[in-house]
Design a protein. Structure first.
Length: 126
């Protein structure tokens, strides 16, 4: 089994890697970034947005700005988790798998960056 734990089983203050949807992939390379914690596992119903939002909020209750979101699974899980973590911490650290290097790349997005892009787009549109 991967180095995956139930989020409710630890009180340690280590970084966490929230796996958007745990599927049949090997997530071991991501363990160097922190403790692997699945937000969802297997098949989900993408139409139950309220239920998925609740589950993600519960699983990320003790998240910090130093934690990561590992992009995996259905796009609705990734979108919800990204929005909720960015809203909570004003920063989003993502792990994106690079099939060419067989490893994860870190990409960080901040609310400030998004605001700058939105302002520029609005200025261009005027």
């Amino acid at each position: 089994m991967d180095n995956i734990i139930d989020v409710n089983m630890t009180n340690e203050k280590l970084n966490k890697v929230y796996i958007a949807n745990r599927g049949g992939h090997n997530y071991t390379p991501a363990a160097r970034f922190g403790i692997l914690v699945p937000l969802t596992t297997g098949n989900i119903n993408p139409l139950q947005v309220d239920r998925l939002t609740y589950d993600i909020l519960e699983a990320t209750n003790e998240s910090t700005e130093h934690d990561f979101l590992l992009i995996s699974g259905h796009q609705i899980i990734n979108a919800l988790a990204a929005c909720l973590l960015l809203r909570k911490h004003h920063i989003l650290n993502m792990l994106i798998f690079n099939k060419h290097t067989n490893d994860y790349m870190v990409r960080t997005l901040t609310e400030e960056q998004i605001a700058g892009i939105v302002v520029k787009d609005n200025e261009v549109g005027e």
